[in-house]
Design a protein around this ligand. Structure first.
Ligand SMILES: O=C(O)c1ccc[n+]([C@@H]2O[C@H](COP(=O)([O-])O)[C@@H](O)[C@H]2O)c1
Ligand SMILES: Cc1cc2nc[nH]c2cc1C
Length: 353
């Protein structure tokens, strides 16, 4: 796919008639009107994306894109890049946090090497490596436009493949030391704000480290001011292979009509990039939690999304999104095994709005 083709992509929105029918079905269930609140809306949206009032999300997976970031050499994270490979290998063995949670939620984990800076040992990781990590963006752009585009396409292809395999619901996840700096830089460039407004402590950063992180992000915003003229050039200058790939996953959700459950601040930056690249993509996103990183709340506001989990989580790997899988399963059990007003001989509530 060329840059021009990507920029010309268009998606039809979710099916509004199916969405209306699902809402009507919710109203016939013996409960207060809108009793399950946003969960009713999200289930309706999942059906509207798939184009069916019968909803089956038993087959679900979290796609975790793992990649390294050259900017780590500037001291913006507590650990070095070697940690990315160690955590990815643990994910491949089914042992990292998201694997434990996915097992509890009945979901699969698809761990992908899209740009780890070393060779990964062991099985369980899909190889889609584009390069051995990005470059230090204080010195030169993190990626070329071509690498960025390739990463976006990898994300889109992963969704296509999952759709073919029968997954009805997907979630985004990532792993990469330094990616709360890259995602904050992307977010700041997209929203036109300063690092202090959106960057946080990531995986655990000292006060000194946080000041350095602000300084690094603000310097990059200044350095690439005239170069960051569109979404792809922003991703290339200060983003990462994981963020570009996640952008492709969100776009893939719209193209292949698969609802995508969005995880934390890194996923949110990619969601914003995807919405800016292909307007309307946000309609295919199911928010999960609002990360402790300040960027997350700002992006939710911008996208008009309202995550139901506010647990001050900051783990990544797709953990918040996988938690959301279980909540959606629970809400769906009411819809799928419905007890109607007529079953309990009560008059259905009338909607006045
Ligand atoms: O999802 C989030 O909002 C989130 C917030 C803080 C940390 N993380 C995870 O921690 C790593 C990045 O932290 P850092 O401090 O190295 O930028 C990366 O692997 C992320 O998955 C993720
Ligand atoms: C151990 C560890 C696990 C992670 N998972 C996501 N980011 C992480 C960062 C660290 C340091």
């Amino acid at each position: 796919m060329t840059e021009k083709e990507l920029k010309c992509l268009k998606v039809d929105g979710p099916d509004v008639e199916i969405e209306r029918k699902i809402k009507e079905i919710w109203d016939g269930i013996a409960k207060p009107l809108d009793g399950l609140g946003q969960f009713e809306t999200m289930i309706a949206r999942i059906g509207a994306i798939a184009g069916d009032t019968r909803i089956d999300i038993s087959s679900k997976a979290v796609i975790v894109l793992c990649a390294d970031n050259g900017i780590v050499e500037e001291g913006i994270s507590q650990t070095g890049q070697e940690v990315t490979a160690r955590v990815a290998e643990s994910m491949g063995r089914g042992e990292s946090s998201v694997c434990r949670m996915a097992k509890a939620a009945g979901a699969d984990v698809i761990a992908v090497d899209i740009g780890i800076n070393s060779k990964i040992s062991g099985a369980g990781i899909v190889d889609r490596k584009i390069s051995c990590g990005t470059r230090n963006f204080l010195k030169e752009p993190a990626m070329t436009k071509e690498e960025t585009l390739r990463a976006v396409v990898v994300g889109m292809e992963l969704v296509k493949d999952c759709k073919r395999k029968g997954y009805a619901l997907l979630a985004t996840g990532e792993m990469g030391i330094g990616n709360t700096t890259t995602s904050a830089a992307v977010t700041a460039a997209l929203l036109g704000c300063r690092a202090e407004d959106i960057a946080g402590r990531g995986a655990g950063l000292s006060n000194e480290g946080l000041s350095r992180k602000y300084e690094v992000i603000n310097s990059a915003l200044e350095k690439y001011r005239f170069q960051m003229t569109d979404v792809l050039s922003i991703l290339a200058a200060v983003g990462g292979l994981d963020i570009a790939g996640l952008t492709g996953i969100f776009i893939g959700g719209g193209l292949y009509r698969v609802p995508i459950v969005m995880d934390g601040s890194i996923s949110a930056a990619a969601a914003l990039a995807a919405q800016r690249l292909v307007p309307g993509i946000k309609e295919f996103i199911i928010p999960s939690h609002v990360s402790r990183e300040p960027a997350a709340g700002r992006i939710m506001e911008e996208l008009g999304l309202h995550p139901v989990i506010d647990g001050k989580m900051a783990l990544g790997e797709g953990t918040g999104a996988v938690m959301m899988f279980s909540l959606l399963d629970i809400a769906l059990s009411v819809y799928a095994n419905r007890t109607g007003f007529q079953d309990i001989s009560v008059q259905q509530y009338v909607r006045f709005d």
